[in-house]
Write a protein that binds this ligand. Sequence first.
Ligand code: NAD
Ligand code: DAU
Length: 334
Amino acid sequence: MRILVTGGAGFIGSNFARHLARARPDWEVVVFDKLTYAGRRENLADLESRPGFLFVKGDIADPRAVAEVLPGCDYAVNFAAETHVDRSLYDAGGFIMTDVYGTFVLLEAARRAPGLKLFVQISTDEVYGSVASGSSTEADPLMPRNPYSASKAGADRLAYSYWATYGVPVIVTRASNNYGPYQFPEKVIPLFVTHALDDVPLPLYGDGLNVRDWLYVDDHCRALDLLLEEGAPGETYNIGGGNEVSNIDLTRRILGLLGKPETLVRRVADRPGHDRRYSLDCTRLRALGWSPRVPFEEGLRATVEWYRANEAWWRPLKEDSPAFREHYRRHYEG
Ligand code: NAD
Ligand code: DAU
């Protein structure tokens, strides 16, 4: 089997490529990635010498580049996206180009690849918008409220339309907030852990009571692997961690694990359009035999330890990368 992993040099994609190397050692894994600020070839360093592993640098919005990698693949999993909500507030165009148009380019190639068994579009729980009470099922209406989630919702339904219209074997997955190793240090957990290690104040948005459902990245990878075999084309699957935690609670846990004082918390202006809560009903996926295995306390401790042990990975990203510095200045210091 050959599987195409687009966006495989990013956080979840690189963890998924590593998962495949362990769980499906005889598969060929082709990682296709543009290597934006968020994509790092180093994230795949341990896989590069593995037989059957191939890295191709390219843009999913480039039909010629996609036409060179997608045909001949049995599976394609599309992680490639601009993913940071805060950045989408300043540059929605880049999100539309990659997340919507890039997905369209991939789907067009999938339509012309008769051997393709499954195309997995990685969507997000953000497409449901803010959930005041209860949990979102896959049948719920989509109500995205920021340019990132609106772009993801566009790609989500476009992927579905290629199943409904052309019979492309598409499934759509909507995962909750992932955490774990190799997450770019602009997202809240790695940002707060690495700031706290340096005794830099943690910029907590608004009242800190927004709730996210945390999913350990390995549990996400296991769910995706299961869906490669058990997912029904045309279906959508929620993938949630079952760990709904407010941001202030999360922040206190991080500080506790690092033995740092709460005085490090700095309340800052809220994110515009900040969704209050996400919550997923995962009955459909659980019926296939999946459930998350990593308890939140354990996953968070392991994640904090990973960042503590891998300063050589994150420090250059925070201190030397113009992409991080520029975003930080514009967003937090502007
Ligand atoms: P990430 O930002 O860490 O990685 C994105 C990857 O996509 C990077 O390697 C980047 O170089 C690549 N990329 C960006 N534009 C590209 C393009 N035009 N062509 C090819 N490659 C391109 O993101 P992540 O957190 O790993 O998220 C992966 C996917 O999962 C995204 O689709 C995201 O919307 C979705 N998702 C993420 C989460 C989460 O909590 N992180 C939760 C649910 C869904
Ligand atoms: O829910 C799934 C989504 O999770 C994915 O689709 C996105 O790609 C991923 O980035 C993530 O989006 P969030 O906006 O939830 O993640 P982020 O880490 O940016 O923020 C998590 C929460 O923490 C959110 O309520 C905002 C808050 N926050 C974030 C940052 C960066 C702060 O309070 N301060 C911060 O500095």
